[in-house]
Design a protein around this ligand. Structure first.
Ligand code: NAD
Length: 283
């Protein structure tokens, strides 16, 4: 029987991609209830419609994870609604702008860190007391392959995703030391077939009121056609298998595993290899 059976689970960024697939998989594995949220309401409503009537109670609410007060109110609301929260999947995230550090703008860093890092911190701080109170909690924070490999033009994203790993492992060490009943997992996906690269390109060009450059289009095409390969359903299955086995660290996809090995074998040379690879792939 699945360890997820009967659990009350919360998934952020569930309107598309990995979050949507996680919500579907949680329902399929017998979760009692799934609270889904996203900033994009039409997507959220569509996913809620897909999930309702499949045996789990679905709670759907708009939530911007970068908004601390909103996350605090949301956590209170979800906990009051269900009486207990067992699992939190801090999944919501965006890909950053793709400028080099010489050309970077603060707005990109502020947005990406607000969502990808502060969103995870907000969710964790607001839900952790409820996970502890459940007596059988699990915190799952989504980092990335870019939580251990830095790449050119991904400064804001790598900054956030490396930090998510450090933050999550801190929480894990505290839960272990203080014998709190919360398991903690950091997830490092490799390339997963979602709209993340397309969304990032659209956001960046809309913000600046211009068309994408040829280089930006080439980079998004490379990601969509060559790098983001694993179906989101497969990614969700790997994550939930890891959660059921209480894995502290889940690498999603063969690319995430290969890069992890490379970085551990050649830590000092990894940036050079990332530079060579990027030059070869993009140009
Ligand atoms: N797709 C990949 O290859 C990949 C690789 C590594 C890590 N990840 C991580 O996986 C997670 C999910 O990404 P995805 O690939 O499914 O992308 P996606 O764009 O399909 O889904 C992300 C969801 O988060 C939502 N979101 C964005 N900003 C938000 C905010 N402020 N508050 C609440 N929701 C917000 C979006 O509306 C979207 O529905 C992200 O944290 C991403 O960084 C993805």
């Amino acid at each position: 029987m699945s360890a997820l059976r009967g659990k009350v689970c919360v998934v952020t960024g569930a309107g598309s991609g990995i979050g949507r697939a996680l919500a579907h998989a949680l329902v399929a594995r017998g979760a009692r209830a799934v609270a889904i949220s996203d900033v994009v309401e039409p997507n959220l409503e569509r996913v809620a419609g897909e999930l309702r009537g499949r045996g789990a109670e679905i709670h759907a609410a708009r939530l911007d994870v970068a908004d601390r007060a909103a996350v605090a109110a949301y956590a209170r609301d979800v906990a009051a609604h269900f009486g207990v929260v067992h699992q939190l999947y801090n999944n919501a995230g965006v890909a950053g702008g793709s400028r080099t550090t010489l050309d970077a703008d603060y707005e990109d860093y502020e947005r990406v860190l607000a969502i990808n890092l502060w969103g995870v911190v907000h969710g964790t701080l607001e839900f952790l007391p409820h996970l502890v109170a459940s007596g059988d909690g699990h915190l799952i924070n989504v980092s990335s392959l870019n939580g251990y490999l830095a790449q050119p033009q991904l400064g804001s994203y790598c900054t956030a995703k490396f930090a998510v790993r450090g933050f999550t492992e801190t929480v894990r060490s505290e839960m272990l030391r203080d014998r709190k009943p919360v398991r903690v997992t950091v997830v490092h996906p490799g390339g997963v077939r979602t709209d993340i690269a397309t969304n990032a390109l659209r956001h960046g060009t809309e913000r600046e009121g211009r068309e994408p450059t040829a280089a930006e289009q080439a980079r998004a095409k490379l990601y969509n056609e060559k790098l983001l390969k694993l179906p989101a359903d497969d990614a969700a299955r790997i994550v939930l298998d890891g959660v059921e086995k209480n894995r502290p660290r889940v690498r999603v996809g063969s690319d995430a595993k290969a890069v992890d090995l490379l970085v551990r074998l050649l830590p000092a040379q990894a940036p050079r290899l990332a530079a060579l690879l990027d030059r070869r792939l993009v140009r």
